[in-house]
Design a protein around this ligand. Structure first.
Ligand SMILES: NC(=O)c1ccc[n+]([C@@H]2O[C@H](COP(=O)([O-])OP(=O)(O)OC[C@H]3O[C@@H](n4cnc5c(N)ncnc54)[C@H](OP(=O)(O)O)[C@@H]3O)[C@@H](O)[C@H]2O)c1
Length: 345
């Protein structure tokens, strides 16, 4: 609040083994510093909870450096500008920082790393951290359209299909005329995919004796695009069902994020050769310059009722770590967010 001199934040106490706990990530109060030259200070309204943060908590070679021990948990957030020393931002503006803010009440970042967002009278501002965000909007948009290259009549298999990325990527494939089958971890989520989002079929992978057989049954014409959010055994089962010239969009591998030690590669990698398939690595930040075109399409589809989505909102910084574990247990449906203020609702 105005005049605050302290900032409450969640920081990395130790590198987690398995699902992060409050032993690994702790809450502290630190003095709130003024922004430096070129920096902008936000009072965070919403924090994004993303599987990628689990990778940053480990000491892995990745596309971003690990979060250092003692450092605030790096995050995407939506906030209101409370102080600015950057010419493009002034107090009262709203902005999103893509993977440059933190799980904290106030974040301070260079102005170049923030994107201003404005109330458009049609959508709540918080949509910029859900359906219009890098994670839930841009990732499925560019992953499906640029890498998947869906064609009418093709079969798309979607893993983590009831999650933020999967639920949207599957509907984009439907908009492009594909037959879409989702993989998810509960009967309730399967029903939601079919009845609410228009998926053609859904498989509860937790109730399958043989996942490769279940996919074969649900995809009698085999799989042209496998959108991989999960990796591991699910990827192996999908590889056994590829069509000739299939595309495997490698978006993530959440089933492996909590493993320690070397992670085995796919056992059925040979299927890539046998099916003349392609594996395409997705990094959404490569498309930042094209976010405006995606935003136009996504908002139109939302307004036309062609694109539905769920937000899973948890209140309070203190509940963030418990909420985060839900990404790995399947306890979330749609985009998982923490609300610090209802100003963006
Ligand atoms: N490449 C990029 O630029 C980029 C950007 C954003 C996200 N991603 C990736 O996209 C994927 C989805 O992210 P998200 O934010 O949309 O998360 P999410 O799908 O909303 O949440 C994760 C879901 O994954 C499923 N899951 C967790 N552990 C699993 C396991 N062992 N086996 C099978 N399913 C499991 C759970 O759903 P069930 O109930 O169905 O099990 C859970 O709800 C992640 O791999 C993430 O790293 C990549």
């Amino acid at each position: 609040m105005a005049g605050d001199t302290t900032n409450r934040q969640l920081y990395l106490q130790q590198r987690p083994e398995g699902i992060p706990t409050t032993e690994d990530i702790r809450l502290r109060e630190v003095p709130l510093k003024d922004p430096g030259e070129g920096e902008v200070q936000l009072r965070n309204l919403y924090l994004s909870l993303d599987p990628a943060q689990r990778d940053w908590m480990s000491d892995n070679l990745s596309y971003m450096p690990p979060i250092a021990i003692g450092e605030c948990i790096r995050s995407t957030s939506l906030g209101r500008v409370v102080a600015s020393r950057h010419p493009d931002f002034e107090e009262g503006d709203y902005a999103v920082g893509l993977a440059c803010n933190g799980w904290e009440e106030y974040s301070t970042a260079p102005g170049e790393m923030l994107a201003k967002v404005e109330k458009d009278g049609r959508h709540p501002l918080r949509y910029h951290l859900s359906i219009f965000s890098g994670a839930m909007g841009m990732t499925p948009y560019f992953g499906m359209l640029e890498l998947g290259q869906p064609k009418p009549g093709e079969t798309v298999l979607m893993s983590a299909a009831a999650g933020a990325v999967g639920s949207v990527a599957g509907q984009i494939a439907k908009i492009k005329g594909c037959r879409v089958v989702g993989l998810t971890g509960s009967d309730e989520k399967c029903q939601w995919l079919i009845n609410e989002l228009g998926f053609d079929d859904a498989i509860n992978y937790k109730r399958c004796d043989n996942l490769a057989d279940a996919i074969a049954e649900a995809c009698p014409e085999r799989v042209d695009i496998y959108f991989d959010n999960v990796g591991g055994k699910m990827l192996d089962a999908a590889l056994l069902n590829l069509n000739d010239f299939a595309r495997v969009v490698f978006c993530g591998a959440i089933s492996t994020y909590n493993e320690t030690g070397p992670k085995p590669g796919p056992y059925n990698y040979w299927q890539i050769l046998a099916r003349s398939a392609k594996v395409l690595g997705l990094l959404t930040t490569n498309y930042v310059d094209r976010f405006p075109e995606a935003l136009r399409d996504l908002s139109q589809w939302v307004d036309d009722g062609k694109l539905k989505f769920a937000e899973d909102i948890v209140d309070g910084l203190g509940n963030t770590v418990e909420a985060y574990s839900r990404l790995f247990t399947g306890g979330n449906k749609g985009k998982l967010l923490v609300r610090l203020s209802d100003e963006a609702d």
